[in-house]
Structure formats: C-alpha cells, structure tokens
Design a binder for this molecule. Structure first.
Ligand code: UT7
Length: 312
C-alpha cells in the first residue's frame, strides 16, 4: 500500500513586486535578475498577512480538493522557517482555525526542502496505518526576514503557501521512493543571522544545489525501479532557473517536462514545489499515472526528493 497526494491547494498574496519595482529600492536591474535567476516578479504579503493566514488559505483549498472535512485530518505538518512566532506552531494555529480538532500538529524546519520532508514524514504515518489523512503545508513569509538593503538576496525571495493531503492511494500509485539528506557543515552558507535577516553565500549554495538536485533526482528514480527515460515530469524547488536547468539536464528531459513558476513567484522556499504542482495540474501538464520527480534543497543544508506515480 502506498501513500500519495489526494488533494492540493495554494495561496499567494495579491501584491506583486516586479523586478522594475526592485530597481527603485536597490542597485539592481531587471536584466540581471532575469538572466541570473529567471525571476520576473514575486508576491509580497501585507504586513498584517501572517504565515498562518497563508497556510490556512492553502490548507482549506487542499481539503476541498481532497473532498474531506477538517475533522478527518489526523496530523498537520507545516514546513516553514518563517512561523508567526516560535510557538504556538503554525500547525497548531491552523488546526484551531480549520476546526481540525482530531489532528496532532507540528512544524517542520528544513527550509526549502521542507515540503519534501513533510511529504515523506506523512508517508510513514499513512503507510503504518497511524493516520488516514495528513495535511502537509509548505509556507513562507520570507519578506519579513529579507535584508531589503542586500541586493544579493532581496531580489530572490517571495511569499506564498502550498498544501497537500496525503492518504492511501490505489496500488502502484503514490510516493514510490524518497531521499532525505542533510549536511550541517554547510549551514554557514545560508542562515538567519543575529539581525534576523537572511545571510547567504550564493556561490557556495549554487554549487551545492546543482550537484545535489541532479543526484537526488536520479537516486529516487532508481530507487523506484525506473530509469530517467521513464520520468514524465520534474518539479524542482524554484530557487534559480540555472540550478533547475542543471537538474533537468541530468535527467535528460526536454524543457517542457520541467515545471517553471519561478518567473511568477521567485523563491518561496518550502512553498515552491507545492505551488508549482498546483499550477501545473491546473494547466494540464500532469496526467494520472505520470511519473513525477519532486526535488528540493535548502538552508541547513538540507535536501530531499520523491518519485511519485500521480493519481489517487
Ligand atoms: O532556496 C535556496 C536559496 N538560495 C539559492 O538558491 C541561491 C543559490 N545561488 C544563486 O542562485 C546565485 O549564486 C545568485 C543568483 C545568488 C547569484 O548569482 P551568481 O551568478 O552566482 O552571481 P555572483 O554572486 O557571482 O555575482 C556576480 C555579480 C557580482 O558583481 P561583481 O562582484 O562581479 O562586480 C555581484 O555583486 O553580480 C552582482 N550582483 C548583482 N547585480 C545586480 C549580485 N546581486 C545582484 C543584483 N543585481 N541583484
């Protein structure tokens, strides 16, 4: 029996900040941002719009799409590094707001790999028959931890949320294999500093990401008993188009077989893979029984990947 995704949802704030808007506050330009990162615009939450608000909106859409009620959820996992506060967790906040009164709830801190960490954790609880329905949310309000004077990082990030309901799916479908990893020795390259803003050694993170994304993607394909020719669609963490392209080339996939939403949303960390999944499904890019690879990396350093045969 396999666990898989039976419902999904996303939420992005209304306010759009374009590269041209960035030019007004930083010594940067649209051309540099576009060619070096693939980003054209990003969504920025209002001051009053908290991480938990975005998580709630995505979660409600996911339970609707799964056709379940909030009371049926047994566990809520929220992947985020930008919670409203250290505690109560965002998971507990949305548990109350959704009326998911039968759910245990906790946050997961694995930065941009958080959504994959959440999916893999959910898979264990479903396949051990511990919980029938698990809500996994990836959500970030990175705008509140960005150093708006640092052009090296400020142009990269955006706010948003995505959510998935993980439950039993039919034979042969669902999460077929996974890989999770961490390398704390690289933690210094991407962190929240004492000023509570993001510090990043972009080049080091870039090198790590290019290597790890390709490797992890290949590993989960092989663990699932497939070869790269069998992969129908790749959803990489949307951090930088050049990093994403490296993973795509490793799997030797044509351009149209890789998800690309970075131009619209920037890097939304734990939310990015789920947001892409929602948009791709809406645009008809994913069909039942397609073999998908979801792969991410992030601060920690962390990484994770899953191979999924899509469908309930
Ligand atoms: O979710 C994980 C989060 N992190 C990442 O994914 C980051 C991974 N790293 C990257 O994506 C890339 O390293 C960056 C996009 C951050 C930077 O791209 P790069 O090609 O590695 O550029 P660079 O850091 O080597 O900088 C090249 C030049 C520098 O100028 P000099 O020293 O050559 O004169 C930078 O100062 O580009 C300059 N630069 C900018 N120029 C205009 C850096 N940021 C900007 C900017 N606008 N926003």
């Amino acid at each position: 029996m396999n666990a898989g995704i039976i419902g999904i949802g996303k939420y992005v704030p209304e306010k759009i900040m374009t590269n041209v808007d960035m030019e007004k506050i930083l010594d940067t330009n649209d051309e540099w941002i576009r060619t070096r990162t693939g980003i054209e615009e990003r969504r920025i939450a209002e001051k009053t719009e908290e991480t938990s608000d975005m998580a709630y909106n995505a979660a409600m859409e996911a339970i609707k799409s799964a056709g379940i009620e909030a009371e049926q959820i047994g566990l809520i996992l929220v992947a985020t590094v930008t919670p409203d506060r250290a505690f109560p967790s965002v998971a507990c906040q949305i548990q109350e707001r959704m009326g998911a009164k039968n759910a245990a709830a906790m946050d997961i801190s694995a930065a941009c790999a958080g959504f994959i960490y959440g999916l893999v954790t959910a898979k264990q609880f479903v396949e051990s028959n511990s919980y029938e329905y698990i809500l996994v949310v990836g959500v970030e309000k990175l705008s509140k931890v960005v150093d708006w004077n640092d052009r090296n990082t400020a142009v990269l990030f955006g706010d948003g949320a995505s959510a998935a309901i993980v439950s039993k799916v039919s034979e042969g479908r669902g999460i077929l294999s996974f890989e999770l990893g961490a390398d704390g020795t690289g933690g210094k390259h991407l962190l929240l500093n004492d000023e509570k803003t993001i510090s990043m050694n972009g080049r080091e993170v870039f090198k790590f990401a290019v290597r790890q994304m390709g490797e992890s993607a290949m590993n989960v394909v092989e663990k699932a008993g497939y070869s790269k020719e069998d992969v129908d669609y790749l959803i990489p963490h949307q951090a930088n188009i050049r990093i994403m392209e490296a993973a795509r080339e490793r799997l030797e996939l044509p351009e149209e077989k890789m998800s690309k939403t970075i131009h619209k949303y920037g890097n939304t960390s734990a939310a990015s893979i789920g947001i892409s999944l929602v948009d791709d499904l809406q645009e008809g890019k994913i069909k039942d029984d397609d073999i998908l690879v979801l792969v991410g990396f992030g601060g920690g350093l962390t990484w994770g990947a899953v191979a999924i045969r899509w469908g309930k």
